[in-house]
Design a protein around this ligand. Sequence first.
Ligand SMILES: [Zn+2]
Length: 410
Amino acid sequence: MLAKQGWRILSNPVSLIARLFKARYFPACFFWEAELGDAPSFSWRSILQGRPVLKAGVQWHVGDGNNINIWCDKWIPSCPQYRIQKPPNTNLEVVADLIDARARVWNTLKIRDLLPTKATLLHKGYTGDTDCLLCPATFEDRAHIFCKCPTAQTILSAPPFNLQASLLPRLNFIEWMLEQAINLKHDTFEKLLMILWALWKNRNNKFWDGCAQTSTDIVFSSFSWLDEFRKARHDAAAKPVKMQKKTWKPDPEKRWKLNVDGSFLPNQTKGGLGGVLRDGDGCFKATFTQPVHHVDSAKQVELLAIKEGWQLLQSLKVQSVVIESNCLEVTLDIENQRYDLIDYSAIIDDIRMTMVCFPGVQICFAPRTCNAVAYRLASIAFDDNYTSVWIDKVPECILDVLQSDCNQPT
Ligand SMILES: [Zn+2]
């Protein structure tokens, strides 16, 4: 148990608890070098007693914080959303910005600056009053807003917190939070964080709009937000979002569809082309496979697959058809007005010339999952060096993928 608390500090150095302990007991050194210090709390004394147990089996790695975004990453396990809200006008981005890299400690000045209480603003040249916005007190700092202001006192003295005994006049807010993080149950600590957020929000509402909530309203609204958040988190965990895989579908306008694909391996000079033609109801009409030689890229082979598909359409005299390729680059290049500047412009030129003669033909991108039959045919052309055209009769080698396309839910 004693070692467990120490482990929490070690394994989650950016957690609220670890940061609070560090700020209080070892701001300028590592956990391993930390000393008991003056007037240690019971918790800290216990943790140090458990440290030798930890030392026996732990390897310790300090990150530099360069890979953690302060505002976007979920890096504070004790916070309800594991992250903090970005204040306006901040240029702090990654956790490393909050660390004094040379001394390897938190830069407390920057961390403190995140909450612009009047006491904090004094360090930034603010010259106005420091009065509390909600009570007659004359110094508004974190300890006052969250612990000493009458609204806060009323809330924290009542269940489930019952913290009246800890709300001392000379309370140090970081130490106080540290004790609550250790002593309160997880559920109660989450509620406390919610209340602190609501107290800060209430203070800002008073500042901007002149209206403040009663302590009862604050408790009621923040607990119901927390309930909603927990429910949403629970629902999200229970029902992982199912990624809908896109599958082949007949054209909604009942035009015929020709799916084409090219197969190519780097370091080889050959490729395979394949295509399958289906009518507006998805019924099989024709396929082709065609090996090609002296090619040097996947893009070239994809373009040749479209060109070869045209040959099939012309031989069958199909006028209105959608050609689908799973190579997005190729479909965009064909549309590009300055295609003459693009690689393989001669093949693109051939395709565009044919398109002029067949205005009912459209070339579209379709994901690989919608192009399984053409992919199979292109692979056969590549592997077996096999040229073929099948009209009306389905070749056995694509029977399974063709049926799989037809059996997809619509
Ligand atoms: Zn006050």
